[in-house]
Design a protein around this ligand. Structure first.
Ligand code: AMP
Ligand code: ZN
Length: 136
């Protein structure tokens, strides 16, 4: 199902033109208009889901198999040196478009991009607390 006023629904279903690298009955893969690096692309499901939690499991599986195939293709064609898969869920995590998507980001030596975090230094007690909170 498409969602009214969702730009990625319109792009995924061809109502808005895009630079399409791949398309099948469930997904479209497009070049990102604000790329982090040369070749940055997005996997968009054609059916609307706000995020990972809402995407049906079989589509999640297909999206990540497709991510592997696209990463292999893009790496080969653009001769990149590495590859990041990024998938943001929620504003706090940096999601700006509320339609599930996987970022395919080719990386090049010295490309100057940072897709990193500052490592924390939790105590053993803090780590144990997290473990207990998630598992209980
Ligand atoms: P996120 O911050 O994870 O929600 O990522 C949204 C991504 O969509 C950003 O990398 C944008 O550059 C990209 N984007 C937004 N609008 C378009 C568009 N019309 N066509 C292609 N990419 C887009
Ligand atoms: Zn949508």
């Amino acid at each position: 199902m498409k969602k009214d006023d969702c730009i990625f629904c319109k792009i995924a279903n061809g109502e808005i033109p895009s630079r399409t690298l791949y398309e099948d009955e469930s997904f479209r893969v497009i070049l990102d208009l604000g790329p982090a690096t040369r070749g940055h692309a997005l996997i968009l499901p054609k059916d609307h889901a706000d995020n990972l939690y809402e995407l049906p499991e079989e589509k999640v599986a297909s999206a990540f198999v497709l991510a592997k195939k696209m990463a292999q293709l893009i790496s080969k064609k653009l001769a990149c040196d590495g590859f990041n898969l990024v998938q943001n869920n929620g504003e706090a995590a940096g999601q700006t478009v509320s339609h599930f998507h996987v970022h395919l980001i080719p990386r090049y030596k010295d490309d100057g991009q940072k897709i990193n975090w500052v490592p924390g230094e939790p105590s053993a007690e803090e780590l144990d607390g997290v473990l207990e909170q998630i598992l209980r």
